[in-house]
Write a protein that binds this ligand. Sequence first.
Ligand SMILES: *[C@@H]1O[C@H](CO)[C@@H](O)[C@H](O)[C@H]1NC(C)=O
Ligand SMILES: *[C@@H]1O[C@H](CO)[C@@H](O)[C@H](O)[C@H]1NC(C)=O
Length: 432
Amino acid sequence: MLHHRFTQRLQRLRRRGLHKSPILWVVLLGVFFEVVVHCLRFRVPVPSRELDTPFYATCQEPEVNAPRENAAIVMLARNEEVEQARHSVDSLERHFNQWFKYPIVFLNDEPWSKEFIDVLNATTSAETIFEYVPKEEWLFPEWIDENDAKASIKAQGEAGILYAGKETYHHMCRFFSGYFYQVEALKKYRWYWRLEPDVDFSCAITYDPFREMARHKKVYGYTIALWEEKRTCPTLFRKVSDWKESQNIASTSMWKAGITPSWVPWPFRSSLSWFSHRDKYGDGWNTCHYWSNFEIADLDFFRSERYQSLFRMLDQDGGFYYERWGDAPIHTLAVNMLAQPHQIHHFADIGYRHDTFYQCPANAPGGQLPESKTLNKANESWAPEIEGGVGCRCECDGSRTRNIPNFCQNRLRSPNTMSRPWSTWFQEWVFF
Ligand SMILES: *[C@@H]1O[C@H](CO)[C@@H](O)[C@H](O)[C@H]1NC(C)=O
Ligand SMILES: *[C@@H]1O[C@H](CO)[C@@H](O)[C@H](O)[C@H]1NC(C)=O
């Protein structure tokens, strides 16, 4: 009887045209509002004041005699990279360390050659320390089946995943994600500046970034943010977000800046979690990360039990070998989960190049200290000054400050800046 009435009703509806049914419209509106409410939960609030600006936007007279922070510059390199290592240390020396003389710790998974030690020691006026990472901290951990892992690495290489065919690259990413923070030679320091072979600095850094990080209670500083190569880490985000949930860690606005909420309505949304780069509710990760080959950060943050237990969980999982998890997305997810927006600093004033990507700010008008004897000894000429520039004696022409799409930069900065380009609003909801 009921069934009969229902079919009658359906036939009537069909005759009138389904689109004229008010019930259908109510249901559709309900679905639409549910999706909108869901997406709004991930909205990154605009802060009521700027939470992160450059520490200085003009040249400073370097305070060569001021007290220093308990900090070191750290480079992981190999003996055969002596020329690339020299290039980076020389660039940092000319643009910064000739005034500040922070010690440089060199790490290697093999004993250093005399040539490397002599060349690098002669390249800087600062103290140099040459350390060796023990094999048990560098190679496969005992719970990883070496043959399986090697076969997987080979397959990843054949699939053309960036750097994934190189075994040492996997060891390196794992090292920088975890054991790096336990290295004996770094135990006595509070802050580190990560330096990679073959990079260039292109502006003078005339203040002490460690001191400013400490003074502004920052924990993490970066220059460049970009998208991760998705095929390197298909299961990483799910594992980190599940861990976050298991630890009852609330989503900060930094965490939300990494999420692209799903437009699929309830109750179908969570079925999206079958796909990569999504959490168990079906919401996506935009893969934006701080490019960790440049970092100025607080060692204590990464030495904390919280971070180390996250690392241990990931290490046990094996994704450093069965996938090619990079230390950059891991540092980023951890920082964005555990730090507050005002604790993260974008060094917009530091000119930096690694590989083909660079950031190079324009020079601040009237801020170049043309009379400074100290600075003139380093370089008397600099590129033109441009309105809005934040750099000190930068060598690039200022017409293009970055050669990377701005999406990730804007997205990861959105929790701590009041200026949000309209394009970010659009991208944040529509793209993924
Ligand atoms: C570096 O050179 C300085 C001065 O020439 C020397 O005193 C120091 O022992 C050297 N350091 C290393 C690690 O070789
Ligand atoms: C000095 O600045 C010029 C122009 O900005 C640049 O081309 C040159 O490489 C710099 N020289 C040094 C020693 O840094």
